[in-house]
Design a protein around this ligand. Structure first.
Ligand SMILES: [Zn+2]
Length: 379
């Protein structure tokens, strides 16, 4: 059993034509439901908010359950003039399918839908769920987090394991960094510029010293996830051209690795700022935190994926380490479900001229089929 590359491309093109920006997933959801309807596969639509569909196709019957998850929403076009093609008119050039969402991640969703059509009339000794969701790009409250809530309430059968199809260069991605975002507010002393060297304390200067103290390479490493990363991504301060600013706020995005906690990272950063500033006239506020998460290499599901990839490609599989942002995989891992990311090659996710490598979609599809067969049917 093999997937058909041309058919995957056809479905991917259909998906890319929908301008399914986060919050505008209604129409693409209808297309997906119509697709499952046409191939005679059972499916349900789950909406936490009207017009934000999450569609799950249910195939097979039995004890074990494996699920595949992909998001149908895309990020907006930042600068259309940088695109060589119309982002919502998919174009295949050689091995590359261009269009917004091609790589992140409608190509992958097309693979999953094609697998549903291949397996629609076949017997599976277990359950297969294909989950195509909304709202991944803005926090998943109306997408995967809603699915997880329904799983926890017993309204959706809990998968024993999941694959999320985000791009991974056909490498096995077992975990991802966590995210700690926070503001630091520096409190100086506002005054007329003339008094800049007397009673004024310039909050922008304070912030600058702190930025230089914390924005650096972090010397820690986790073999499956990589190093932590920190970046100061926003700054605001100052009210008038002739007034020394009394306040300045920076926003910091710090990605964490297993072993780090919100408290340990904030303590580390606090120490660096104290050193850089020489005093404590600042406040850390508005923190958002979600921890690093992993389905380790030596877990049984990771070993299963590893075995299938090795059997099909006849080479030692590679792990995807040290790159990539947060994905919907984390919501499943937080809820205790083993989850691996396995997806295609491509470039330009969230940027101009996004494309997915269609040969890699074909390979991904064959791995997915092999995995379903092996996991459910023991072949
Ligand atoms: Zn994505």
């Amino acid at each position: 059993m093999r997937v058909n590359k041309n058919r995957i491309v056809e479905i991917a093109k259909d998906l890319i034509k929908y301008k399914s920006l986060t919050g505008m997933e209604k129409d693409i959801g209808e297309y997906v439901a119509g697709f499952f309807e046409n191939i005679g596969v059972e499916y349900s639509i789950y909406e936490k908010e009207e017009g934000r569909p999450n569609t799950i196709a249910y195939l097979g019957h039995g004890e074990k359950t494996i699920a595949f998850n992909g998001h149908l929403d895309v990020v907006p076009i930042a600068d259309e003039s940088k695109w060589e093609t119309d982002p919502f008119s998919p174009q295949l050039k050689g091995n590359r399918l261009f269009g917004r969402g091609s790589y992140d991640m409608k190509g992958s969703c097309a693979v999953m839908m094609h697998i549903a059509e291949i397996l629609a009339k076949r017997k599976l000794n277990g359950n297969l769920q294909i989950q195509l969701v909304s709202d991944e790009e803005k926090g998943a409250t109306f997408g995967t987090r809603h699915i997880v809530e329904l799983i926890e309430k017993g309204k959706i059968k809990k998968p024993d394991c999941l694959i999320v199809g985000e791009g991974s260069d056909l490498k096995i991605r077992t975990g991802e960094r966590g995210m700690l975002v926070f503001d630091v507010k520096f409190k100086g002393q506002a005054a007329h510029t003339a008094n800049a060297r007397f009673e004024a304390i310039n909050a922008i200067v304070m912030a600058s010293k702190a930025v230089l103290a914390i924005d650096r390479k972090i010397d820690k490493y986790h073999p499956e996830i990589g190093s932590p990363v920190i970046s100061v991504n926003m700054i605001s301060g100052g009210k008038a051209i002739n007034q020394v600013p009394g306040e300045c706020v920076i926003t910091v995005d710090r990605r964490t690795i297993p072993g780090e906690t919100k408290e340990s990272v904030l303590a580390e950063i606090g120490e660096q700022i104290d050193k850089g500033l020489g005093k404590k006239d600042y406040e850390i506020m508005n923190t958002y935190y979600c921890g690093a998460n992993i389905t380790p290499k030596d877990s049984s599901f990771a070993e299963t994926v590893f075995k299938v990839v090795k059997d099909i490609f006849k080479t030692e599989p590679e792990f995807y380490v040290g790159v990539g942002g947060v994905t919907d995989a984390r919501w499943f891992r937080y809820a205790g479900m083993p989850t691996i990311i396995y997806g295609p090659l491509g470039e330009g996710a969230h940027g101009p001229n996004e494309y997915v490598n269609v040969d890699s979609l074909e390979k991904q599809g064959n791995i997915y089929l092999g995995l379903i067969n092996h996991y459910l049917n023991g072949d």
